[in-house]
Design a protein around this ligand. Structure first.
Ligand SMILES: Cc1ncc(COP(=O)(O)O)c(C=O)c1O
Length: 378
């Protein structure tokens, strides 16, 4: 059987990961400044993570959600504490798209409405409602076009105020737009979304799937403003590569048996991964590291000639060039063995390293970037 050929591949076969590095079979080392789409939060093959997962695999890996699994509560307690969302409820699932599907569905269960507001350049996943709320026509089949979704300009309070009303079920926005090219919602804009959702009885959904879990220097990016969402979705960094995702749900939303469900969500191995990530984030002060080193990196990038704009918060950074970034990205990989990411905005290079990165490693990247820029801008 052939693989369904949907991914353009680099000619690289990693066989081992360690911290911010990947190694191929020939022993070549690659610096991973992309974390496989912001997934690697605590570094590849972190010893505590390996130990917890290995130990758990030796005990029990899976049973369905029809029996008690105290690891789910341990994960919920630790997540509540570190995020400040202690009084929220946790629903565990498997992927970012699934978390957003469930969040949108919960909003509609809650207020009985179906109109959703999303924003230009958004990315919320590839399943039914999640892809319908994603601003990229290429990703949608005709069957995805039957939902009542409107896309408003990002950071435009007037357009939002004009569109908002008591017929709106939910407003969904990324903590920081990732795939769209690292775009940060203004503080005043987020505050407006919060107050208008409250006023009209709509659910405010913060998609923190890429920007959450400490990446921004806050546990959730939207916490830089001090607002609280009704529903927060998480995935990616939550399991450091083990598939796990979740919805944090306001106490105003009432659970009933059967309202949501999943076969694999919240299994023992996923919980072991999720707990290990939270333990390491805390023990190694990785959120502070993201804030401090993010500021350092952004500051340095802003002094480099040939870069049009640097956007970011913590270790979620977009470097916008005056032209397409693919040649630069290719040179960083082939000449300097550094992985970086692209964005739907072709001029943007995305930098999403493990939160364990050090200043010395950032300096190595800056030297390589300058050298690649000199080459491609010639
Ligand atoms: C902001 C955001 N939401 C949702 C998703 C979808 O997550 P998944 O690929 O796990 O379904 C992504 C993935 O890139 C994302 O960046």
């Amino acid at each position: 059987m052939k693989l369904f050929d949907v991914y353009p591949l680099f000619d690289i076969t990693p066989v081992k990961g360690d911290g911010i590095y990947l190694y191929d079979g020939a022993g070549n080392r690659y610096m991973d400044l992309y974390g496989g789409h912001a997934v690697i939060s605590i570094g590849h093959s972190h010893p505590h993570y390996i130990q917890q997962l290995t130990e758990q695999a030796g005990k029990i890996g899976f049973y369905s959600n029809s029996v008690k699994n105290p690891m789910q509560q341990e994960l919920a307690d630790k997540l509540g504490e570190i995020s400040g969302y202690n009084d929220y409820q946790l629903f565990l699932c498997n992927s970012g798209a699934e978390a957003n599907e469930n969040a949108l569905k919960l909003a509609s269960f809650h207020n009985g409405r179906n109109k959703i507001i999303a924003f230009e350049k958004s990315f919320h996943g590839r399943t039914s409602l999640a892809v319908a709320a994603t601003d990229d026509a290429r990703l949608k089949a005709i069957v995805n076009n039957s939902h009542d979704i409107i896309f408003l300009p990002f950071n435009d309070p007037n357009a939002f105020a004009a569109a908002m009303g008591s017929d709106v079920c939910a407003v969904i926005i990324e903590g920081i737009q990732g795939v769209g090219g690292v775009n940060i919602p203004d503080a005043a804009f987020l505050q407006l979304l919060r107050s208008e959702c409250t006023k009209h009885g709509a659910a405010l959904i913060l998609d923190e799937i890429q920007s959450g879990y400490g990446r921004s220097g806050y546990f959730f990016a939207h916490q830089y403003v001090g607002i609280t969402a009704d529903l927060v979705t998480v995935a990616k960094g939550m399991g450091n590569g083990f598939p796990i995702a979740a919805v944090l749900i306001s106490p105003d939303f009432k659970a009933t048996y059967g309202l949501l469900g999943t076969t694999f969500g919240g299994n023992y191995l996923a919980c072991a991964a999720g707990i290990a990530v939270l333990d390491v984030l805390k023990a190694e002060s990785l959120i502070d590291n993201a804030k401090e080193l993010g500021q350092y990196l952004i500051g340095k990038l802003q002094t480099i000639e040939g870069i049009k704009e640097v956007r970011g918060m913590g270790l979620m950074i977009g470097i916008e060039l005056y032209s397409a970034a693919d040649t630069l990205r290719g040179d960083l990989l082939t000449t300097h063995h550094i992985f970086t990411g692209s964005a739907s905005n072709k001029n943007v290079l995305r930098i999403l390293p493990p939160l364990t990165i050090t200043k010395d490693e950032i300096d190595i990247f800056l030297t390589a970037l300058q050298s690649s820029l000199n080459k491609v801008l010639l």
